[in-house]
Design a protein around this ligand. Structure first.
Ligand SMILES: [Zn+2]
Length: 134
């Protein structure tokens, strides 16, 4: 069975087959990194295993999963997803532009309609349909 290890000397993660050993206090896995450094993983005292603190791979995984929970607008999101942030801003900008154009368009229509109530009502109805607020 392959286990994940952190080599303290190389400061690198590596996966390797390992053998189990121990004494009367506990058991641990032993494996050698690609450069031949001996590393261990605690079996009985799992919660004390320094691997969980040191492994770069685990750290990246943790960041990845935390990143996954971020929502647009949340602190950290813009840093985690710069591309998404760009798209989001672009879309927001486009939406605002469209809204402004629409407002301008209806403003012109109202101006043209003057005090004609029938026309104003028709414009109002069309505006509601466009805004999805009817
Ligand atoms: Zn090593």
């Amino acid at each position: 069975m392959t286990h994940s290890f952190w080599c303290e000397k190389c400061q690198k993660d590596f996966d390797s087959g390992a053998y189990k050993t121990g004494n009367r206090y506990g058991e641990w896995f032993v494996a050698k990194c690609p450069k031949g450094h001996k590393n261990i993983r605690y079996i009985t005292e799992r919660h004390l295993d320094p691997y969980f603190r040191k492994s770069e791979k685990l750290r990246k995984q943790r960041i990845f999963y935390r990143k996954d929970l971020l929502q647009p607008g949340q602190a950290g999101y813009d840093v985690a997803y710069p591309e998404m942030k760009k798209q989001f801003d672009k879309q927001t900008e486009a939406d605002e532009k469209e809204t402004k154009q629409t407002e301008k368009y209806y403003g012109t229509l109202y101006k043209e309609a003057g005090m004609d109530k029938t026309q104003r009502d028709a414009i109002k109805a069309a505006e509601k349909v466009e805004n999805g607020t009817h």
